[in-house]
Ligand binder design. Sequence first.
Ligand SMILES: [Fe+2]
Ligand SMILES: [Fe+2]
Length: 474
Amino acid sequence: MTSPENYQTYRGLPALAGLCSMQRAVESNWSLDESVSRLKRLHYVLKRLHETLTARLTAEPIYELKTAFAHHAYLFAEHVSLIRQRVGEMREPPLGLDKVPHPALEAWLDEIIAAPTTPALLVAVYQHAVRAVLEACQRLQRDAHPLADAPTVRVAKWMVFELQEVADYGDQAVACLVDQDEEPSLQPWLEHLDRYLAAAGQLDGTQDELGEIPDPWQNHPPYQYQAEPQRDERFSDPYNAGVNPEAFLYDESYTARDKTLMMYYKRIREVDVPEMMASILVDLKDEEPWPFHMEMSRQLWDEARHAMMGEVGFVSQGLDWQKIPINFTWSRNLNLQLDARERHGVLFFIEQGLMPRTGKRYEFEIAHESGDPLAALFQDFDWADEVLHAQIGRRWYVPRYESLNEALRYGDACWSKVLSHWQQYLDQGLTEHRNWWPELYAEACRRWKQTPDPRALAFNENYANSRADLEKLQ
Ligand SMILES: [Fe+2]
Ligand SMILES: [Fe+2]
């Protein structure tokens, strides 16, 4: 008699396309309802964690955490999209993905986003919440029927693979940034967070619901987005707008090699783009559908990558980026002076301006000509990313306006009305707008064993009267 135990495949080939054994496949304790219900809870939690890291990025001073938040928020967004697609395969619309699956989960995530300090946020997001998501994905991978619900198993497996790396990053970050004597003080709050999960029957609802939903933690106010960017102590003089890199870059008379240095600066300065884009995502949270948030999160992460390419560029040249001012007044002025639609307009106008021949292609050609292979590699990919970003803008920004030209005009006008506060920052003693270029260039020339070009050494153009696209300010 054939039984699951003695079932034979052709010459002992793995059964069932390698999904699982016949013994496992005859188990019937799984259902489509259960699959959808667990996925919907994971979807909600990952969406909120994506919002959390995005929202906390702007005012997080530590550069390495800003870039990590951008990366992990993007991964969570990818997971959200995977789950949405899978739920859409199992259910007819409306899918109900915008509903809160359990009030305890909502209260739990409201607590986490309001974490009062960076250490508290790191512990709560990475060691508490991401661990809980990871365990729920592992349970889903194990419990879902491997044949009937194979697509869900695959989604769960993929999330486990990526979330394990996120959790490991979190452990390392906590080890670096949370003092031994600080950890016990976080314990009561973490236990408080555990009570929300208990009340929800755990993240995926696989346990009995235990206890009431706790009241909000007394010691900190509800979360409010901080739009003013913050930088850590390595970013000295961030109000400094004493060098205009574009004026140097587009001047034919300087050499390609010298221009790569300015391009590495432009790249690392791009850490201001995630700081600004986060504010668009926060402010347009419910006004735009999920695909908007997905694509803009990808772009936000790309901009963080561009900043890190600049960081790597400096290291590759043996230069210390901490010695020069990495300006943050672009993100600061936009976040404090414009609304989200206006900021999006400026972003699109700038990115669209990168497409013609003087934009990204020009930077790529300069980098190739320079003889610095790393600059060539980075500019090649930077260009590719910017093409994607222009497309994202055409999908999500341009259709709000009557034509492409109208959309561009609006973005240009919004940028024009931003006050650079060049003089104000000077008068307030926040910066002297020191021209830092000659010292950086001289140091690079020493490294390159090259005599500085006297004209390049004397370069002295700032942002007092012009924007980054060299348009004159009123
Ligand atoms: Fe970029
Ligand atoms: Fe971009």
